[in-house]
Design a protein around this ligand. Structure first.
Ligand code: NAP
Length: 285
């Protein structure tokens, strides 16, 4: 383990369990969340709280960010009272939120201008892998930054893949989430087609999960479909965002537009804060 002091911004569904693992591994962690009450769980687990983002940057050597989207990440880094308003020189900033490659490159440039290092490490895996420390970390950045961050990333994930320069990790993340979207939509359409033809939902899920097409994600989401309950592990609005970013970044394959439309409409229909598997609920009408 390295002995870096870690600053962490963003304590949502993913940030909180990731911080818990860093604390359990013995790292000193200082946190900041826009809605301050959401810092409680991390503070109870041993984290300290920064007065603001500038203090988070000033007080720590490695600063990690896990927020919703591109606009939030930009605000956190370069907003009037953002991280880069603090003493950033010589620090390493790691964005683990899912954003576009262009946003990642902008954050990299903004950090360099302040004499700071930057690396992206968006994550593959949801809340359970975040709790278990078994995420897959998709690193984009220099080898130096990667080596400095590796002991920290090894606490958060079971595997780190150094994909290339800044931007490559973001692209890999959008690609894997396209595949996730295809899987969720495929699972929902398959079960609904079977149901419309008289096959019980639990039987169809067994057929899927016990066969070669069953996967980690089909097994993980089957209980939600059976209970028709979709508490957010990965909010549907975030996957709709990722599909939009992938389209904007050139994804133009035959299934990409209908898939994006499906998630976009589900979000517009009020399911944005439900789990991604609520695509089933949207299609079941
Ligand atoms: P979440 O539960 O919705 O939490 C979002 C976090 O972003 C909260 O801490 C929120 O602060 C903060 N935030 C949003 N807008 C902000 C702003 N303008 N300024 C400051 N803070 C802001 O999201 P999550 O599920 O943890 O996901 C975080 C990121 O990880 C997203 O990019 C998502 O795509 C990605 N991701 C999620 C999963 C998953 O399964 N959940 C898996 C892999 C990757 P408040 O508390 O103040 O709202």
């Amino acid at each position: 383990m390295s002995n870096y002091k870690i600053g962490w911004a963003g304590l949502g569904n993913m940030g909180t369990p990731m911080v818990n693992n860093l604390l359990k591994a013995g790292y000193p962690v200082q946190v900041y969340n826009r809605t301050r009450e959401k810092e409680k769980e991390a503070i109870d687990a041993g984290a300290t709280s920064a007065a603001d983002l500038a203090q988070l940057a000033t007080d720590n050597e490695v600063i990690m960010v896990m927020v919703s989207d591109d606009a939030a990440a930009k605000e956190i880094f370069t907003g009037e009272n953002g991280l880069l308003a603090g003493n950033a020189t010589g620090k390493l900033f790691i964005n683990v939120s899912t954003v576009a490659s262009e946003t990642s490159k902008f954050l990299d440039e903004s950090c360099r201008e302040k004499g700071a290092g930057f690396m992206e490490a968006p994550v593959s895996g949801s809340v359970k892998p975040a709790q278990d420390g078994t995420l897959i970390m998709l690193v984009g950045g220099t080898e130096d930054a990667h080596q400095k961050a590796k002991p920290i990333l090894d606490v958060l994930g079971k595997l780190t893949v150094h994909t290339g320069p800044v931007g490559a990790g973001a692209a890999a993340k959008l690609a894997i989430n396209y595949f996730l979207g295809l899987n969720l939509q495929g699972l929902a359409e398959t079960v609904l087609f079977a149901k419309a033809n008289g096959v019980r939902t639990e039987d169809m899920l067994t057929i899927i999960n016990e066969g070669a097409v069953g996967s980690g994600i089909t097994k993980l989401k089957s209980a939600s479909i059976l209970k028709n309950e979709y508490p957010a592990a990965f909010a549907l609005k975030h996957l709709a965002k990722d599909l939009r970013l992938a389209k904007e970044q050139g994804l133009n394959t035959p299934l990409s537009s209908p898939l994006y439309d499906s998630f976009k409409q589900a979000q517009a229909g009020g399911l944005g804060d439900d789990d991604v598997m609520a695509i089933y609920k949207y299609l079941d009408k």
